[in-house]
Design a protein around this ligand. Sequence first.
Ligand code: UGA
Length: 443
Amino acid sequence: MNLTVVGTGYVGLVSGTCFAEMGNTVTCIDIDSKKINNLKKGIIPIYEPGLEAMVMRNVQNKTLQFSTDLSVHLDKIDVVFIAVGTPMGDDGSADLQYVLQVAKEIGRHMTHPMIIVDKSTVPVGTADKVKRTIQEELNIRKLSIDFDVVSNPEFLKEGDAINDFMKPDRVVIGADNEEAAKKMRTLYSPFFRSSADRLILMDVRSAEMTKYVANAMLATKISFMNEIANICELVGADVNKVRIGIGSDSRIGYSFIYPGSGYGGSCFPKDVKALKRTAEEHGYTANLISSVETVNDKQKLIIAQKVVKRFGEDLKGKTFAIWGLAFKPETDDMREAPAIYTIRELTNRGAKIQAYDPKAMDEAKDFYLKDIKSISYHSSKYETLQNADAMILLTEWKEFRSPDFEEIKVQLKQPIIFDGRNQYNDTQMDELGIEYFQIGKQT
Ligand code: UGA
């Protein structure tokens, strides 16, 4: 099929590239000309394993191209995907201005029937707004063209996005028209060739809701476990054992019950807030969803609190080595990362930071921690430790999993580790003489 994908952010770029890989002809559009020029040269704006090679391959095969102009890329197109950002508005709701701008542009330039797909995470009712916006433009042009607006939320995880797209657990399609549903099934069926058909068809509003509910459910699991971890510490239990104990019940399962220093990223924080806001707009107070957010806000400061408990309120003259800045491994994304909150809290109290992350240091320097003077960035994890008072692990990158603990002991002023992701074994830490602080177990 001939596809146009509008928005070359995470979702748009991965989706467009994977559709091209599956044999479709895809044009990815973005208004950011610098981004588009870079993409044409094979320079990818994000770090995502496997993406660069796949983009290059499809550009060479001429199945993937990039452009800044949507108006000239609607000709002979079967499906247009809207994958632009839906940033959080001041009141917590999703800001739809970019989605509706694209809808307007489509209405202004479409010349034949097509399917318009909402792939951005958008609140319930957005497909209706997109439809109205396109129709208004067609009315101005005095044209009558059939089109369908379909909801197709994206469930990919950063760091594993290609795999999630190429071998999906499920594809959710919300369509109010059988023809449109049939076309979407044809587009996705190659992705299920090696597995059972996992395409779930429903009405548009249920599909829009499914995206928020999936993320809110996962965020709830994490906040629940973080709260349990805090209770475990108080009663002298070990959350690592409790996690295995409960996960073995197949109704609960092992996934997404790892306690830590809170969830971050571009999705969970924004989507939990937006779902709460949607409920409010309909006169409902979503108490559980609100608590998920409150627990997470507190949890992002849990490691800083442990440091204060160990070193005192005033951290002037203290230096901490931070291992990991990204909100999770295999990404350079620092949006809502616990590292931002931890580092701000420590530096506000006078501490100096020596940081290392395999991929996210540019993001930190140029954007998220740009204003912080008392931070230095280092080219290796061991270099951060020199003369530091303690090491703090905040992202579970593979290279942090089994480090040389003797080297850590040599470099640090005193052997103290704060672990925001429970990566190490406390018995081993004891044997090594390392003072070890983790989440959900008393030291
Ligand atoms: C999340 C969802 O997992 C995807 O299914 C969804 O498509 C995506 O949001 C989206 O809406 O676009 P992502 O934000 O990339 O994906 O990251 P996750 O792997 O889900 O991790 C989110 C956060 O939860 C991370 O900070 C991670 O450290 C934390 N987490 C995860 C925990 O603290 N404990 C866990 O057990 C699992």
